[in-house]
Ligand binder design. Structure first.
Ligand code: NOJ
Length: 563
């Protein structure tokens, strides 16, 4: 863990990730160096000093590979290159060198479940005959019905519609996402070898770790005859079986693939790190995070939990127990490029479900009217809680600026395949991907010298990094100060619960780290007594010895016994 003995992590520290703060960059929306309205790699490089100053440990880049952008870059044409609109491999190397100079690690996104339909292998597969070796790298099958006119199974695409598309010679290919994202056949050793080469390609270029997209999807039951899903057609984690028996998701055999990856990672010094994006049941997460597997797995329960003390207590406690069982550390996420930004989520009524949030987006964010000041207050309180928890915190670009969701993008501007494939029932994820504001003014608020590929709201400038820097009350300064303190305060991976059950019921969450660093959150509508101690930082103004509603404070105090 980087912060134990020295503030500067050693380049050979194998455990750097255990309590790292990882900043997610969505490259096309981060910083544009050449004015084409699309963020790029030199843009990222130019802003690395900002990220070092913010105090993060690592930067994870969402896909920057050549892509036709059918799914925002998660449709990869070539796994070992940079999209020419985003730069070159030399630009990538320059970014890694600058990161190294600043003491930052670089992580990249690997998309192994599917390529794009422009990948050379898929083009070869289309040109080849049914049954050929080229088709065996993907999942091609004959259809059902008299002339094979019906898809081979009832499997749905995660973006809506069927998971099969027919090609001119009559066969169908599998795509669990958009038709432009054909699924690989991971039973094929050629696919496995090729991904090992890709992992080595980026590791050799100095990449410290990987975020593994759809990590729970690679292994599928492709034995003939393929099974229909029937009533197992929901892909939500809660709907998946606990025993790995689903034909498509979270099958035990997937871990065999990651054991192979682990061998690749461990050939490096320090070993390369990976975090799984696996939408699985909590009890099945540990296998992805094991030391013989990827090493860490995203835990999205925290992101999905309502801001209530009892629920948060249970979510945190079970995540920590899971992490202890595997020897990994837990991950904490409030936002990413796939969900509505949490300032806006917390501005909606407290019991809003995922479904309510989607329905709200369809009203262009008008119904219910979000209570933004409340959302901001809650988001600040949640951030100070997250940044105090043992494990890794993943911060999504713009979250440190307190950006809200852009919920009123015009229908014509939407790019997310979810919008079209759901037939307009789901608005999709563009509203959290609007290019960042860096400056208070200018054509794209400092995003770049030109415009921005998704329109920015007229008031975007007030959130700009330059506007917030130096303003003690700002979101940015809250994150900066929290990350600065975290570097000095985090010395171990332990957490001790302090608050009594009665206090939790009243809305207070209270724990200590290392005995004397106390963290208290008031997730109720009433002020609660503030425990004694020196206030190190608070998410909002404190009034005397009270902790106001929706506020988190970090305190230095004496050791108190646990619950
Ligand atoms: C998860 C990624 O985070 C998301 O953006 C993408 O659409 C799907 N995987 C498919 O690659």
């Amino acid at each position: 863990m980087p912060h134990h003995d020295s503030p500067v992590p050693s380049p050979h520290d194998a455990d750097w990730w255990r309590q790292a703060v990882v900043y997610q960059v969505y490259p096309r929306s981060f910083a544009d160096s050449d004015g084409d309205g699309i963020g790029d790699i030199p843009g990222v490089t130019s802003r690395l000093p900002y990220l070092a100053d913010l105090g993060v440990d690592a930067v994870w880049l969402s896909p920057f590979y050549p892509s036709q952008l059918a799914d925002g870059g998660y449709d990869v044409d070539d796994y070992r290159d940079v999209d020419p609109r985003l730069g070159t491999l030399d630009d990538f190397d320059a970014m890694v060198a600058e990161a190294e100079r600043l003491g930052l690690k670089i992580m990249v996104d690997i998309v192994p479940n599917h390529s794009s339909d422009q990948h050379v292998w898929f083009r070869e597969a289309l040109a080849a005959a049914p049954g050929s070796a080229a088709r065996e790298r993907y999942v091609f099958r004959d259809g059902r019905g008299e002339d094979g006119e019906l898809p081979p199974t009832d499997w749905p695409s995660s973006f809506g519609g069927p998971a099969w598309t027919r090609v001119p010679d009559g066969q169908w290919y599998l795509h669990l996402y958009a038709p432009e994202q054909p699924d690989f056949n991971w039973d094929n050793p050629e696919v496995r070898e090729d991904f090992h080469d890709t992992l080595r390609f980026w590791s050799d270029r100095g990449v410290a770790g990987f975020r593994v997209d759809v990590a729970h999807g690679l292994s599928k039951d492709l034995r003939a005859p393929l099974r229909d899903l029937g009533d197992q057609r929901s892909y939500q984690p809660a709907a998946l079986p606990v025993d790995g028996s689903h034909p498509l998701w979270d099958r035990d055999a997937v871990h065999e693939i990651y054991r192979g990856w682990r061998q690749v990672f461990d050939a490096y010094d320090p070993p390369r790190f990976a975090v799984a994006e696996a939408w699985v049941r909590a009890s099945r997460r540990a296998a992805y995070a094991s030391a013989t597997g990827l090493g860490q797995a995203f835990n999205f329960d925290f992101l999905g939990a309502p801001l209530a003390a009892a629920g948060m207590y249970a979510t945190i406690d079970s995540a920590l127990a899971d992490a202890r069982r595997t020897g990994a550390t837990s991950t904490w996420v409030l936002s990413n490029h796939d969900v509505v930004r949490h300032v806006s989520r917390y501005a909606l009524p407290g019991d809003s479900t995922k479904h309510d949030i989607e329905a709200w987006l369809l009203t262009d964010g008008r119904d219910p009217v979000p209570d933004l000041p409340a959302g901001v207050r809650r988001a600040r309180a949640a951030a100070l809680l997250m940044l105090a928890l043992p494990g890794s915190a993943y911060v999504y670009q713009g979250e440190e600026l307190g950006l809200p969701e852009v919920a009123d993008l015009d229908r014509e501007d939407l790019r997310d395949p979810m919008w079209v494939r759901s037939g307009g029932r789901v608005k999709g994820r563009d509203g959290c991907r609007v290019p960042l504001p860096w400056a208070g003014e200018g054509t794209s608020f400092g995003f770049g010298p030109g415009g921005s590929w998704l329109p920015q709201p007229a008031d975007w400038g007030r959130y700009a990094a330059e506007v917030q820097r130096g303003d003690e009350e700002s979101f940015l300064e809250l994150y900066r100060e929290a990350l600065r303190l975290r570097r000095t305060l985090v010395t171990d991976e332990e957490l001790e619960w302090i608050g009594s059950r009665e206090q939790t019921r009243q809305g207070l969450l209270h724990f200590s780290r290392t005995g004397c660093w106390h963290v208290v959150s008031n997730f109720s509508g009433e002020a609660l007594p503030l425990p004694q101690g020196e206030v190190l930082l608070s998410s909002g103004p404190l009034t005397g010895d009270e902790l106001p509603p929706w506020t988190t404070a970090w305190l230095r105090t004496g050791t108190v016994s646990g619950r």
